[in-house]
Design a protein around this ligand. Sequence first.
Ligand code: SRM
Ligand code: SF4
Length: 580
Amino acid sequence: MDKPSEKPLTKNEFLKAEKPDLSGNIRETLANPEADRFSGDDEQFIKFHGIYQQDDRDKRKMGKEYSVMVRTRQTGGIVPAAQYLVYDELSGRFANGTLRITSRQTFQFHGVIQKGVGPLIKSINESLSSTLATCGDVNRNVTAPTNPPIDAVSAAVEEDAFAITRALLPRTTAYHSIWVDGVQVDLGLGEKIVKARTSGDQSNPYLPPPADLDESGAPIDKLYGKTYLPRKFKTGFAIPPNNDTDIFTNDMGFVAIVENGKLLGYNLLVGGGLGTSHGNKLTFPRLADVIGFLTRDQLVAVGEAVVSIHRDWGDRTDRKHARIKYVLEEKGVAWFQQELAQRLGQALPAAKPFLFKGQGDAFGWFQQNNGEWFLGLFVETGRVKDAGTYLLKTALREIATQFAPTFRLTATQNLILSDIKTADKAAIEKILHDRGCSIVFNPGLIKGRGMACPALPTCGLALAESERVFPALLAKIEASQAAAGVAGEELVVRMTGCPNGCARPYNAEIGLVGKAPGKYNLMLGGNREGTRLARIWKESVPTDEIPVLVGGLYQQYAKERRPGQAFGDWADQAAIWPTA
Ligand code: SRM
Ligand code: SF4
């Protein structure tokens, strides 16, 4: 593959080149009291600020009801309790009252009204977080292991995840001038913001390092230049044997290499990515390649060099074919290693051996190495809400206020509360039980491993339901499993409303990918470790038929499986596939 040049550049490339500070007309829209939405080119610019223009798709027949989705940045899913309390308050005031834990360890606010977006983003920044570059053609939220959240190695990895986060933030100053300096609203959040700013470190870990300036005083972005990356870019860290961050699905992954309890460095993985488009053969899900080994002091230089290869070699003529995975696929690992060596001034040594033995979160109480405790909680489809007698949002507010644990969002859309004293355990448990949330302690290993993307009604790209139908569907799959005599066995089921793959169905044991309203491609053969891709077993299966088909497969699995063989491993090998 030569550098793509003959085809015309995409429209997004011209937009970025015209306004490299990414400001678009956002300031003007915010200042216009008549504006009920961001429109035109701004729909692209706002993404770099962590905002998506959406409308309630349930209400489209009556005309479009606009709102936005806002995504925060939380490296490794870390949310201090005081920051969580600010989010809790903001979600009630300006959004739909829920907080959505995402598959990349951030929070999303859905249904944010136009007048709320300024105060919301200003307050997020005041609570020492940010929404800068959580979307757009840049490095997104950096994921890092939460299982376990606290030991010497995970603390070192966390430190590195923050170092790479900062290094890969865009240097534009427009974000701060629009949302922090430009929004003048007193929300009366005084006490809450003060607490968020005085708990521990006072500095915002998501402030980009100062940029160099050109002759006119404008910031220069040495890494991203004026046109940023051809497409989104995702970075994650993992600590074997748990692949809880699904590291092979990232554009760039760092796999911790640990010897005698000490972090030696990382194996570099490049070229993972899942998004596809139905019927477009140029697009496909891909797991990352292993490139080489690096020491901790090389981390930032290697990260920047990999991003610069995407910047220079990614396809800017077709946004469906623009991720770094296509560069790896078409040019190969040896080419990539050489290109990286040239940019670093030295080749990386060969990768060191590593092995993943599973993925996902642990539920219930576990002791940290410092004697304190962490509590793994199941959050159905990542949605923190109050509904009927299930009052998770209220319970978490009470726990944050009284005990101030660190909140850690997991990459399977669950939640860990860490740094809890032995004396506080019983009271925290009581709050959760009293608020109708007993399920959070022990969901079982189908619910606990499952993931679904938001899809309808908020996602503009959804072809089918996901989050809203997933719990009922999973319950039926659980029942089929029990009927086959293997109740309670671990199973990774993931569902999305379209082939973009936001809940990572492509490496699940059972992946359900929305094709049309009420119809899904049923994918099988991924594994529990997240290291093998699933394949389409049946196309366009109606929702009601999914549990019936899975029930049949489970009956066969129960008869045929070898001792200890997981469902995904059996399905990959079983005589269930059409013969060529
Ligand atoms: Fe995603 C676009 C939600 C993780 C691949 N994703 C979207 C948008 C913003 C729709 C849009 O562009 O209008 C969705 C917003 C829905 C809503 O109403 O909230 C959306 N993606 C999500 C989240 C919230 C899903 C979730 O269940 O948690 C995740 C937010 C992550 C975060 O906090 O940063 C989310 N998205 C992912 C992942 C999984 C991951 O990164 O681990 C993937 C697959 C991995 C990958 O990137 O290849 C993913 N999202 C996409 C794509 C396909 C990209 C591609 O290369 O083709 C799109 C569409 C696009 O970019 O054009 C997309
Ligand atoms: Fe929307 Fe598709 Fe992502 Fe689901 S997978 S959130 S439907 S873009």
